[in-house]
Design a protein around this ligand. Sequence first.
Ligand SMILES: CC(=O)N[C@H]1[C@@H](OP(=O)(O)O)O[C@H](CO)[C@@H](O)[C@@H]1O
Ligand SMILES: [Mg+2]
Length: 571
Amino acid sequence: MLYEQDMTEQPEFGAVLEACKQYPRADTGKKDFGYGTAGFRMRADLLPSVIFAVGLLASIRSRKCKGSAIGVMITASHNPAEDNGVKIVDPEGEMMSEEWEWFATWLANARDPEGLVIFARDTRPSGEALVEALKAALVATGTEYIDYGIATTPQLHYLVRATNTLGSDREYGEVSIEGYYKKLSAAFMNTMHIEYANQAGPVYVDCANGVGAPQLKELLKYLPEDKFKAIIVNDKIDQPDRLNKRCGADWVKTQQRAPENFNGKDWDRWTSLDGDADRIVYYFCEEGSIFRLLDGDRIATLAADYIGELVHKSGLGEQIKLGVVQTAYANGASTKYIEKTLKLKVEFTPTGVKHLHHAAARQDIGVYFEANGHGTVLFSERALKALRKHQPQSTAQLNALTTLRALSEMINQTVGDALSDLLLVEVILSHKQWTVKEWLSTYADLPNKLMKVNVMDRNKFITVPGSAERRLERPPAIQPRMDEIIAKYQDARCFVRASGTEDAVRIYGEATHAMEVEEMLAQVQEYVIHISGTHIEPWVFKREDDRIEELEMGLRRDPPDPLPGGEQKTR
Ligand SMILES: CC(=O)N[C@H]1[C@@H](OP(=O)(O)O)O[C@H](CO)[C@@H](O)[C@@H]1O
Ligand SMILES: [Mg+2]
């Protein structure tokens, strides 16, 4: 047994234990830290010991991966400024695999090879001190490291893959943030091999007052203004309180409204990034100031349509098949459009980018996006080889092939990337000579709503295996009751699942009429509360803003009184 050994006798463990004392665990009551869908994420003052542990794990993981660089990104993405978080990036630039036990074993045994951990952080002020905790763990374990300073999450994923493929025949790009800009901008320019006129004017980018702002400014230096014109909004990274506040992709998507400092004229093309620039949504105002959102589903459909068309035009339609991956949160109208109009296959996976990513990687070309704007397009080795080898038979085939090759370089292959996705959408709109109006008119979204309920124990909500989270197995009474409610409405769909990132369950619903969605969700919410009770999270994990918001929305109730025998009753 690993923990029966007296590890203090081994010099490297002595150093680790000594360094560990500098980062005592914060008092979180009975609550444990958990590596969720998005790594660890919580209030920044609770994080130092967690970051130290992540430093140890990253160093072990690097050794286990035979010295390949492992990435550590310090960010809390779209969360408020006082939060922070951390996630580990695997050698190909993908999310870390779940084999935690392996790391512990390696901690006991690893001597060589040397490890290499590369890391970056977003603009949160807490990031600087957390980097110190990470470095302490890396120094204590004798792990070589490179600090890339402030970067977006997808830039760190890029750097990890670039580091690990350097000198191989799969070289991903120069190993620097500059190399990332060079790769994206060169590929973008290659998509412009024919003169495309985009009369639609500049794109406005709300950077959520986060890391996307300086990084996009840098990227713009590599792109000629007559080919790509972006106007940056919400770039106050020196005012941390404003990070993700009333702006950013998450806020715009969940509030379904334009961010602070929006001053778009009708039909102007606007986008919002999130706090670590791995998500993007588009939106605009129609005549009469009607807000229209073009979310992740819209980006997926646009990309699938255009890339599918290029594959066909290049003469590779028989060899390269396209597939789209969505989650249960994708609007039903988008799925119908992909299947019926684009005639492409849709696969559903559970929520969380790593599930979508793996499913997309099994396709020749896999398009995946979560409705919230996180996604990318993956080109398999098979597809890349076909693109390299194909001899075009006409100018039309050559043009399509040239664009496809450029897109395979421009689209981040490691993870969803707001900057790369921004370029992708802009290329497509300009090639199609579409404005947001034509884009929106491809299909009509079903009215929908997503809500969150803080229940006593979210772990009681278990989905039916293989149902892509669309049906609940437990608590046993809930699904039959929900089916009864849903049956009352036209073309309605509704499902409940436990969040993987918050102590809550989410309820999603859609139907033909917005009023019916409201009515249906109210009944489902009431039933969820009825059978499970609501719950107040321990103060250490809860933000005052959230508490007040939930009170205002009527989502927060007092916890139920305990009954004899440990049962709970709801009030
Ligand atoms: C409905 C929804 O938007 N869920 C989000 C959210 O996951 P939950 O497991 O639903 O909490 O956070 C994930 C990480 O950022 C993101 O991948 C996912 O799309
Ligand atoms: Mg993010």
